[in-house]
Design a protein around this ligand. Structure first.
Ligand code: ADP
Ligand code: MG
Length: 305
């Protein structure tokens, strides 16, 4: 007799298959076949229990011949772990600084826990997946983020942000090797400098850089909000389609704030380095990735050059 565990696994597999047979065929899927889609799965979407449907969506696309790369965040998990271990977030002149203790926790939580959770979910959905951090094979060569110059009561102060980096170069060959072997890469947002130092990198920025380097057909950011809102307080103010300059203007005007700023900036960076479109959509409901990519009128916001 099958064990409870293997029965549960079979049911999960059937669920994944059900997604495959029940999602209506769309013309957009044909356009994506043979193309690369980079998807950033946000820390906030992750903690809301949306992982199995997300994994089923990735498996569906991969089976259909789309080359998917997953990049994940993990901010809430890192904050929770810091609190548990009594490591206080460090701030200098209002800027968050990644000190050595924070970096260690971030690396451990991202590579050791969140990455594995996603790989396990993908494998369960029938998608062969390999988890890698930006350190592996120097996938994400990074440089220290430039220190901030702060106007502090009329004085200019330079704030060293600590072990935080920006992506310098993406080892696309490693990603292509994995994909060539039928594996979906799952990337933890840790970079490595030329001298071997780990740096914490914003996961949105990693997704944008990877999408640009791979000339992705689409770079999708799944988060905990329907998309870009013109007025943050008004859920009906969703902007469903916008051009590069309009997105830039939404940052400049202050309509886009907080965690949405690096996201929209990453969309712009992806577009200016060669991705064909960028999308921001809710990762917590429906078929999160398929709904953002496949319908004639996809969910969320789409940014095009
Ligand atoms: P993630 O974990 O997916 O990176 P973040 O919390 O970093 O999520 O970023 C998404 C958040 O950005 C939203 O939950 C929302 O609170 C905030 N936000 C700020 N400005 C906007 C805006 N104009 N439209 C939508 N969300 C916005
Ligand atoms: Mg974020």
């Amino acid at each position: 007799m099958a064990s409870a565990k293997s029965r549960a696994r079979t049911i999960e597999k059937l669920r994944a298959l059900q997604v495959e047979v029940t999602y209506p065929p769309t013309a957009r899927l044909t356009l994506l076949q043979g193309e690369t889609v980079v998807v950033k799965y946000g820390g906030h979407a992750l903690s809301s229990g949306g992982l199995p449907p997300f994994a089923a969506d990735v498996a569906y696309l991969v089976r259909a011949g789309v080359r998917v790369v997953v990049v994940h965040g993990g901010g809430p998990e890192i904050s929770a772990e810091m609190e548990k271990e009594g490591v206080l977030p460090a701030f200098v002149h209002g800027h968050r600084v990644t000190d050595e203790a924070t970096l260690k926790i971030a690396e451990r939580v991202l590579s050791g826990r969140v990455n594995r959770e996603i790989v396990t979910a993908l494998e369960r959905a029938g998608c062969k997946a390999v988890g890698i951090s930006g350190r592996d094979g120097s996938l994400l060569r990074a440089r220290y983020r430039k220190p901030k110059v702060v106007d502090d009561a009329g004085r200019e102060t330079t704030v060293n942000l600590g072990f935080v980096g920006d992506v310098d170069r993406v080892n696309t060959r490693l990603l292509q090797l994995l994909q060539g072997g039928g594996y979906t890469p799952v990337i933890a947002p840790i970079g490595v400098t030329a001298s071997g130092q780990s740096l914490n990198i914003n996961a949105d920025a990693v997704a944008g850089a990877v999408a640009g380097a791979l000339k992705a057909a689409s770079c999708v950011f799944l988060t905990d909000v329907a998309g870009i809102l013109k007025d943050r307080a008004d859920a009906r103010s969703l902007v469903s389609a916008l051009r590069y300059r309009e997105a830039e203007a939404l940052i400049a005007s202050g309509a886009v704030t907080g965690g949405m700023v690096p996201k929209v900036q990453a969309c712009l960076d992806a577009l200016s380095s060669g991705a064909r479109e960028a999308r921001i959509a809710d990762g917590r409901e429906g078929r999160p990735l398929l709904d953002a990519l496949l319908p004639a009128e996809p969910k969320g916001s789409a940014i095009t050059p």
